[in-house]
Unconditional design. Structure first.
Length: 166
């Protein structure tokens, strides 16, 4: 396993994207799952003159492929959601960004380099569910962005608390 922490460094906070991000995808997935029953209810009207055994085999194959593709895409999206995380330690911020199954990008910012933190909440849903974007400006003029952060004011306060200790 990859050793992420330095000696005497402790994890202060672990942040994953807000649950609403995955909920939107789950709703779309549920709607896509409802398509086969709708198609199957109208299919007898279209396939009336065909051999019923051939139609049944074709329907089973098409339905199996459709559900398999949906499950694969859902798994890929869930994996990306679950493996994207930000770790705030007593010394730095570690960003682990998962792109697909076999592509991971790990970057970090020492808390001593943090110059400015901007909290951005756009829209009604983000305001009601209290999540948004944190932008961190560093001394090297690099901007570090964390999207869909839950408890974003708490995260900002933790970062500033440990950044001022350095």
């Amino acid at each position: 396993m990859l050793k992420l922490l330095h000696e005497n460094e402790e994890i202060v906070m672990v942040i994953r994207k807000h649950w609403f991000v995955m909920m939107r995808i789950a709703v779309i997935f549920a709607l896509l799952i409802l398509i086969p029953p709708l198609v199957l209810s109208f299919l007898p009207l279209v396939t009336g003159g065909f051999n019923q055994q051939v139609v049944d085999v074709f329907i089973n194959l098409a339905l199996s492929l459709y559900i398999m593709v949906l499950l694969i895409f859902f798994f890929l999206i869930w994996t990306d959601y679950y493996l994207d995380l930000w770790i705030i330690t007593s010394e730095r911020i570690i960003d682990i960004e998962q792109h697909g199954l076999f592509n991971r990008e790990v970057s970090e910012i020492p808390l001593a380099h943090v110059q400015d933190i901007t909290v951005e909440i756009k829209g009604v849903v983000e305001t009601l569910l209290n999540f948004g974007t944190i932008r961190i400006q560093t001394a090297g003029e690099r901007e570090f962005t964390i999207n869909y952060v839950p408890r974003l004011y708490e995260a900002k306060d933790v970062i500033l608390k440990y950044a001022h200790k350095k």
